[in-house]
Design a protein around this ligand. Structure first.
Ligand code: BGC
Length: 547
């Protein structure tokens, strides 16, 4: 046996005895990582305000400041050129896209926790470069590097939280990450608001430099937490997996709860390795795309589900409100303070997200995604119709804003958290880190595509769709509705190993009726003493040690 091996792991065939009761400490330990969402939200949010700051525009472009009472043309001319604007915004997504894909590999190699710490370090370097910048070059380089760090953190936090959380609260814990994203967006809007009128480098340096706090807090805090027990099983370090589970569940290492949960993770991993054997580095990547399209539980289907889930989340059109909201509300006319309306939508986003902590565990992922898409598409079509038919009437515009807020409410309480929860749950351990990385990369890719395309849809010198753009978002949300109904399985209340079994035995539409009926340990082999068959333990330890 390799060093640090476990002599034996006691197992059970009782599906209800595979996890310890939840303690507050366990809750806190699993939820701490959600803090990383602040990064995501703040980093994608702060740049919008900075790009509109007079000092920043002047410094970047050399354009003279407009006079005391500028005409509309003067105001419009005093802005970043389209290429510069697009480069500064989208370079972050390029970094995050590649960061998220690579992060999966790194997380299997050095562990989930160290990958998050590495992500924080890379991010800090990127932020220091951006803070020091006084022109385009360093700013873009800094955003690319910081984006890389955000990619690491945003993918691996989902993985870490999903793998560490007890099954009953996993959805709520991962929704905490979405809550942190919304707080990050709000903080960015507030800090930008506070520094926008400064006529020195503090206007952009303060919002940029503040991000270092989030990185330091997350990186230092997570250093005190155990790594994911499932990571240790993957690496064949079962003794460490047992220690980690004991800490996370607040139980002694030799308690039946810890042992039984470990036995399930080990037996499930062994099972998965039998179905799709691990090979070289490249063939293990290829495993993410194996198993064919017709089988709902195949690796290929899961990879498509995860990546398309994040694509659909972007297709709901939510970032149209967060990235282009101010411009859109200005175009609606009859509104005195578009910034205020943007602040209100950001606040609705923050306040509605915690509802999902309860609903995602009470009703499940599937109903939330189905009903959420329905709610959003109705609001979007209403906004489109009202704006097209009677868009010049102030009363109609007020009603449109109300429906946009209800739309945000639906997003924040359903698809916002739901998409992250689902991608953390659907992949089997051998491909989980890569699957989550690819899905997160898809979020950033579509985020970027939509950010690049939208100006062409709404700018006055381009398609200038105004409220009609909501017909497009409504149509895409209708696709989300059908997608959720046909393709998303119910994963509520199941351990990640039980999710694996459920996906094999059901279709998405029958999944919510599935209940666990046997344990992996009982299926693969238990001794008469009630321990996991030693050959399984040895096999997982041996294979893990050569990853
Ligand atoms: C999405 C982001 C979005 C944010 C809004 C996240 O789940 O992935 O693109 O800006 O929610 O709260």
């Amino acid at each position: 046996m390799p060093g640090g091996a476990l002599a034996e792991v006691s197992a059970t065939n009782d599906v209800n005895k595979t996890e310890a009761p939840i303690t507050w400490k366990a809750y806190f330990m699993c939820a701490f990582a959600a803090f990383g969402g602040i990064y995501f939200g703040y980093d994608s949010g702060y740049i919008n305000g900075v790009k509109g700051m007079a000092y920043f525009i002047h410094q970047q472009t050399g354009k003279p400041y407009p006079g005391p009472n500028p005409s509309d043309e003067e105001k419009a001319a005093f802005a970043l050129e389209a290429w510069r604007d697009s480069l500064i915004t989208s370079i972050l997504s390029a970094g995050t896209f590649f960061g998220a894909i690579i992060a999966g590999d790194v997380a299997d190699f050095i562990g989930r926790r160290l990958t998050i710490i590495a992500g924080c370090t890379v991010f800090l370097i990127g932020v220091i470069l951006q803070t020091a910048s006084a022109g385009l070059g360093l700013l873009v380089a800094g955003r690319l590097i910081a984006g890389f760090g955000v990619g690491f953190v945003s993918a691996i936090i989902i993985l870490y939280m999903s793998e560490c959380s007890p099954k009953k609260i996993r959805g709520a814990v991962v929704s905490g990450y979405q809550f942190a994203i919304t707080i990050g967006l709000l903080l960015a809007a507030c800090v930008d608001y506070g520094t926008q009128n400064r006529m020195d480098t503090g206007s952009y340096r303060i919002p940029i430099a503040l991000q270092m706090l989030w990185a330091l807090f997350l990186g230092l805090g997570i250093a005190f937490l155990p790594d994911s027990p499932r990571y240790f099983v993957k690496r064949g370090k079962l003794d460490k997996a047992a220690d980690s589970l004991a800490r996370l569940r607040g139980q002694p290492v030799n308690s039946d709860y810890v042992q039984h949960e470990l036995a399930e993770i080990v037996a499930n991993h062994e099972y998965e390795l039998q179905v799709v054997p691990q090979g070289t580095y490249w063939s293990s990547w290829a495993n993410c795309f194996k198993g064919g399209l017709s089988k709902p539980s195949s690796n290929l289907r899961r990879t498509i589900l995860g990546t398309s889930m994040q694509m659909m989340q972007q297709w709901t059109g939510v970032n149209f409100i967060f990235y282009f909201g101010t411009t859109f509300f200005t175009q609606l006319g009859t509104i005195n303070n578009p910034f205020l309306i943007s602040l209100i939508t950001t606040l609705v986003n923050v306040c509605s997200t915690p509802i999902s902590f309860w609903t995602i565990e009470r009703f499940g992922r599937r109903p939330l995604l189905i009903w959420g898409a329905l709610g959003m598409l109705i609001c979007e079509f209403l906004v489109a119709i009202m704006g097209t038919v009677d868009g010049d009437n102030p009363a109609t515009v007020r009603a449109m804003i109300a429906f946009i807020c209800i739309y945000i409410f639906f997003f924040a309480s359903t698809w916002g958290p739901g998409a992250w929860v689902v991608i953390g749950e659907i992949f089997p351990l051998p491909i989980r880190s890569r699957g989550v990385g690819l899905s997160t990369a898809s979020n950033w890719l579509w985020n970027c595509i939509i950010t690049v395309i939208t100006p062409y849809l709404v700018n006055p010198d381009k398609a200038y769709l105004q409220a009609k753009v909501f017909f497009l978002w409504g149509a895409l949300c209708t696709v989300c509705f059908v997608y959720a109904y046909l393709l998303v399985p119910e994963t509520k209340g199941l351990s990640l190993e039980q999710v694996d079994k459920m996906m094999e035995e059901t279709t998405p539409r029958t999944s919510s009726r599935w209940v666990p009926h046997t344990t992996f340990a009982a299926e693969l082999g238990m001794t008469e003493k009630g321990t996991l068959a030693p050959e399984i333990v040895e096999d997982v330890e041996r294979k893990g040690s050569v990853v």
